[in-house]
Design a protein around this ligand. Sequence first.
Ligand SMILES: [Zn+2]
Length: 600
Amino acid sequence: MTATTYSEVWDLDVFFKGGSDSPELQKHLIKTEELIQNFEAKVNNWTPINSPNDANYLQELLTDLEVAAKKLIQAGAFVGCLLAQNTEDKKAYSLDAKITSLSAGFQTALGSLDNLLTSIDDGVWQQLVTVEPLKELAFVLTESREKAKEKLSKEEEALISALEVDGYHSWGQLYDLIVSKIKVSFTENGEEKQLSVGQAHNKFSSSERDVRSAVFKNWEKAWGEQADFLAKTLNHLSGFRLNVYKKRGWEDVLKEPLSINRMEKETLETMWAVISENKQKLVQYLERKAKLLGLEKMSWFDLDAPYGNTESKVSYQEGAEFIEQNFAHFGDKMAAFAKIAFEDQWIEAEDRPGKAPGGFCTGLPESKQSRIFMTYSGTPSNVSTLAHELGHAFHSFAMRDVPFLNCNYAMNVAETASTFAEMIVADAAVKNAKDEEEKLVLLDDKIQRTVALLMNIHARFLFETRFYEERKHGTVTVEKLNELMLEAQKEAYCGALEEYHPLFWASKLHFFITGVPFYNFPYTFGYLFSLGIYAKALEEGKGYEEKYMALLRDTASMTVENLAEKHLQVDLTQKDFWEKAVHICLDDIDEFLELTKDKK
Ligand SMILES: [Zn+2]
């Protein structure tokens, strides 16, 4: 066994000593601001001469861009860590505001640069990006240029950005404000309490059905009371988005989300088609689960209900060693990497008050290190979360020598390495379960996630595409929104539920996110994509690690179809890959059905 006991507190001093009071950080921010201003000036001073000689100036600009961006990301990640470890750190909030304003200036300069690229003729551009050192950046540079071309003029786009502040993003913020005021009443021990939506939502994973159904009744009521405001918010937010698309001449509402995720529509359609064809097994699981819970049929509010209870606790040290051991079955680099992360205090896991909720992994590019944040209380799912976040860190590690511009991967591949790492550990946990009951609890946990990704997310996708079509013809009423949602849920769950959640369009934050459109299908894509890679790794054994890392290195410099073609030799627009991936999830269900066949 390991001789060292791992610390549960991370080390941030290696980046900047002294937390939010750090003089080094102050100096770093001043330097960052200067670099951004210089970059902006340099962009604005450039008039491409439209010859291959433009490569020299462009190369210089890109070097400056990289230096400034890394400084900015380094500072942003550090301050993000400060805020997470102590939500009362007031100085960190003002540092955060400073970084946000630096980012905004930087983004504007980047937009101007993309625009300048469009003034170079296609023929010249082709020559430009086939010569080193721009050659290896050809994909991302051409992508930026193409995206800029598909937009309106620089002036018009600048006007849209300016108007978005109060006319688009503010609708998203209004949503947050309305939601923050919503209270869901709930009676506990004879006492009526007013729960926030977050607290109320946690009750859906209660093991008592009375609790779940009581909360759901008041949950629907609370959202229903705000439905008029929320429908108006959603209508204007989507209306703004559609109007911008229309002005740019974009007809398909999926154009932007697909291009952000660097994928073809055909791939998306094939993925959903395979999922739909294989839903019967998920329905069987829902039926069995209903039976085990003593129900005729599951309802929406039963979907997060746990199977039984496991008392087993895993200490942080045990969890860490379990992860290291199981990563080692897959590959030496991943195991060695995890060891470094534990030993060098890359992880903040201590269970103490004052920390932010949730978990994340953030990269500090100047130091080529990552930091992981979570609160570890010893549950099996904490171990999975820890493995998940280590997977993200490993993705950055695999990419550490990739040119900076080739590191910006999209949401649909962002979860590849994390899901992969989580699968290794979750599968090992199922295999190592001390008895059948514990095995069922762990399996059920895995399957619930599958149901969420293949059914719940599918409902969100079906609703959102149909809603946007409807919205093109005018405002959509609350009644219609409910109707569209109910229809989408029935379809996505194959009618397997007794009661649905028609107001889900209101209660789900993701429909109101303005930063990224269609915040749904990339989750499902990422999950299945990762499972497909996992299947390949199981087939090939330990030697697969090198190939896996090569795939990770390419995640941000090609389309997902090319990525899959190059590293997995599969065509994502065809069904085979997706079928394999879906079957990995279905195997869990088979095992669950087999183990529970004699239970009442
Ligand atoms: Zn993640």
